[in-house]
Design a protein around this ligand. Structure first.
Ligand code: FE2
Length: 186
């Protein structure tokens, strides 16, 4: 794997995979937004849907620039990640526990995409494809920002604060103190 041709082929394969992943996500995000209970989470999914449509547009531009056909591959990793998310969406439960599960599923997706874009951008840089690398970097940054936003929503809107956890842990420990241990009959 040293020739420019080989690296270009690898970049093409990576881009086809990402193209499929983004298209799958465009279909999945509206369902995640609908299932989310907390308005901040629903809004974050809606915002990321708009961004994801932009990611597809950037890939279309890259396909034109490189004269590559990006359609025709199915990203099985994204299909699996979305399948896991569907288990949460199909469940009857809703509320903040479900929101936390949606965030867990969505952050797996974001990390997959950050990794995929990082690889593709590195290959584009190796090939001195400045405009392509720039477009890939822009999307990579938006994926990272979307991931940070989900962490922020989880920490500020869904998870208990550290002090709440300490109070609850203390209360649970005190409850345990009241359990009387009955010695076994001889
Ligand atoms: Fe994306």
């Amino acid at each position: 794997m040293k020739s420019v041709r080989d690296i270009r082929q690898l970049l093409g394969a990576q881009l086809r995979d990402i193209y499929s992943a983004e298209h799958q996500l465009v279909k999945a995000l509206p369902r995640m937004a609908k299932k989310a209970s907390h308005p901040n989470l629903a809004q974050a999914f809606k915002n990321h849907l708009r961004e994801t449509e932009g990611h597809v547009a950037r890939l279309d531009e890259i396909g034109l620039e490189l004269e590559l056909r990006l359609k025709g591959k199915r990203c099985v990793a994204m299909a699996g990640l979305i399948e896991e998310g569907k288990e949460v969406i199909a469940g009857e439960d809703s509320g903040y526990d479900t929101d936390a599960q949606l965030i867990a599923a969505a952050q797996r997706v974001e990390h997959y995409e950050i990794s995929a874009y990082g690889t593709a951008r590195t290959l584009a840089e190796l090939l001195n494809l400045g405009r392509v690398a720039e477009l890939l970097r822009a999307t990579e940054d938006e994926e990272a920002a979307a991931d940070d936003k989900l962490t922020q929503i989880a920490n500020s809107d869904l998870y208990p604060s550290q002090s709440d956890v300490e109070v609850q842990t203390q209360a649970a420990a005190e409850e345990t103190d009241f359990i009387t241990v009955v010695p076994p009959l001889m």
